[in-house]
Design a protein around this ligand. Sequence first.
Ligand code: GDP
Ligand code: MG
Length: 175
Amino acid sequence: MLQFKLVLLGDSSVGKSSIVNRFVKDSFDEFRESTIGAAFLSQTIALQGQPDVSVKFEIWDTAGQERYKSLAPMYYRNANAALVVYDITQAGSLEKAQAWVTELKEKVDDDSLVIYLVGNKVDLAEADQEVCAVPTPEAQQYADDNGLLFGEVSAKTGQGVQDTFQAIGQKLYDL
Ligand code: GDP
Ligand code: MG
């Protein structure tokens, strides 16, 4: 069994806790309380196509609020992977995500840190195209330019969530 530390970063309300909750408990809570400081959860998966390989994620779900920003290095310092989340309906949240990516690249020495950029709340765009504030190609281009993995998910429907962690697990396993 392989064990990896993963940290979630991103602006508040983009759905970090909801993504973790979907991944760990396969549930969604419309009225989730915002995270104070950080929360720790863990989940073990079998790699797709390699059922004899288990990957255990030790997950630090951080609070996005500015007042907790100084705590973030404690959580990303020893991380093997970072899931940097934005909300596809909030253009400003992609900018916040990009600032986190820049900080990670500056502060984390380990070149093997896997950074995955994820656009959450795709269910909202399926209901109404107009609400999409971050076009997929724009985020994809940014991810490509910066060597990040990228995907879009919905913590609400679960779309893409398992695949995201599978991709991170596979990438860490291959390193
Ligand atoms: P965090 O501050 O980044 O941890 O965000 P939360 O997980 O607390 O979610 C913030 C709000 O967005 C909550 O009201 C959630 O119910 C809502 N939310 C989270 N993920 C989704 C999603 O995929 N779709 C929709 N429609 N709402 C979501
Ligand atoms: Mg939270």
